[in-house]
Design a protein around this ligand. Structure first.
Ligand code: PLP
Length: 397
């Protein structure tokens, strides 16, 4: 099997697995207890907090561990809405956010909060003029907050976060970013880009699932969504997921070193070689989104006339694991909201696949994936004719 779906989740690094195991077998004590064994567990959490902080240029005290990335987004947005006045505040976001921002936005809207979803250009980048004017309108209407993702989970396109953050701040709006796809893959530094809140998820950078973190800028007002025993300095109660947190810390440390060493150059090289080979070999393929400002491992392509559902089945049979659109959309036969926002026509959107390379791929994976896709495309086209003849009914195959 060749795994090319690293935007959905990443393979836990062996060093992460090794770091976790002692905290399931030996150091299982409650970190809030007073004896020495428990203090050892507490120290491991502290070390992990420092490592996650170092990955994004934060102070350890600014990191709040959460149950996942989705929870981190909800913690930030729910709090900001409450702070601003849920029924009077204004929330500015983009039309291409993950459902972990879009669904909370709908809930805020139902509570009476004004929500503005700014569009993107054909390359999948936020329309900054629209964003700036929405921030200005929110300021004039009494204030609010904004959230823009750092990198999109379908296309991998990096958003103009520094500019969006500055625009929000100029209008006096608090700024959150869902950096879940970006952290560990590209440099993310909260000192250089002074966001107020930032969400992270461990399983997107070779850590375990079910653990994330919210960065809360020091000095920023913040009240918890989950109340109880007062863990995480009262900002997120609940006995800590110690193995998860330790694994997240190790993954953060490994990614920090890799980013410093070469910025995932090998991953980028494999992705680029894959796209060059595809475009040269398979007629009617194209790469979607801004090709220069992207995550190093993500490739979002369309194959004219071939529905993604059929391609995915054939690729899976050939041992290639990838996705159509985002993982959350797989199985739904409609274009994703991201592709609609980019103005990609429905037929092209339905024929798009997402490949996600990671540090665990090997150069030979590129040729194997291109070969498998070429065969799958030929098979689908043999029953439906050459590109341009319209989509095939994949269930009959
Ligand atoms: N935000 C983005 C951009 C994502 O890609 C994902 C995961 O797919 C999430 C949020 C949700 O993160 P988690 O799976 O940790 O809840």
């Amino acid at each position: 099997m060749i795994y090319l779906d690293s935007n959905a989740t990443t393979r836990p690094h062996p060093e992460v697995v090794a770091a976790i195991l002692p905290f399931l077998s030996e150091f299982w004590h409650n970190p809030s207890s007073g004896y020495r064994a428990a203090k050892r567990v507490r120290a491991a959490i502290d070390e992990a907090r420092g490592r996650v902080a170092a990955l994004i240029g934060a102070e350890p005290s600014e990191i709040v561990f959460s149950g996942c990335g989705t929870e981190a987004n909800n913690m930030a947005l729910r709090w900001l809405a409450r702070w601003m006045g849920a029924d009077t505040g204004h929330f500015i976001t983009s039309a291409i956010e993950h459902s972990a921002v879009l669904r909370p936005a709908e809930a805020l809207e139902a509570d009476g909060c004004g929500v503005e979803r700014c569009g993107v250009d054909a390359a999948g980048r936020l329309d900054l003029d629209a964003f700036r004017s929405a921030c200005g309108a929110a300021r004039d209407a009494g204030g609010g907050f904004a959230s823009v993702m750092w990198a999109n989970n379908e296309t991998g396109v990096l958003q103009p976060i520094a500019e969006a953050c500055e625009a929000a701040k100029e209008c006096g709006l608090a700024f959150h970013t869902d950096a879940i796809q970006a952290v560990g893959k590209v440099p993310v530094n909260v000192r250089e880009t002074p966001v107020d809140f930032l969400s992270v998820s461990a399983h997107k950078f070779h850590g375990p699932k079910g653990v994330g973190a919210l960065y809360v800028r020091g000095g920023t007002r913040f009240e918890p969504m989950i109340r109880g025993g007062g863990q995480e300095a009262g900002r997120r109660s609940g006995t800590e997921n110690v193995p998860g947190i330790v694994g997240m810390g190790m993954a953060a440390e490994l990614m920090r070193r890799q980013l410093e060493a070469d910025g995932h150059a090998a991953v980028r090289a494999m992705r680029d070689e894959f796209e060059e080979a595809l475009l040269a070999r398979i007629e009617g393929t194209r790469v979607n989104g801004d090709r220069d400002r992207r995550l190093p491992g993500t490739s979002h392509i369309s194959v004219e006339g071939c529905e993604a559902a059929g391609l995915l089945i054939l690729l899976d049979e050939a041992g290639i694991q990838c996705s159509a659109g985002s993982a959350c959309m797989t199985g739904k036969q409609r274009p994703s909201h991201v592709q609609i926002a980019m103005g990609i026509p429905p037929d092209r959107a339905k024929s798009s696949l997402r490949f996600g390379f990671s540090t665990f791929n090997r150069p030979g994976d590129v040729g194997a994936a291109v070969e498998a896709l070429d065969k799958a495309v030929k098979k689908l086209r043999s029953v439906q004719g050459p590109p341009g003849m319209g989509p095939v009914e994949v269930r009959t195959l």
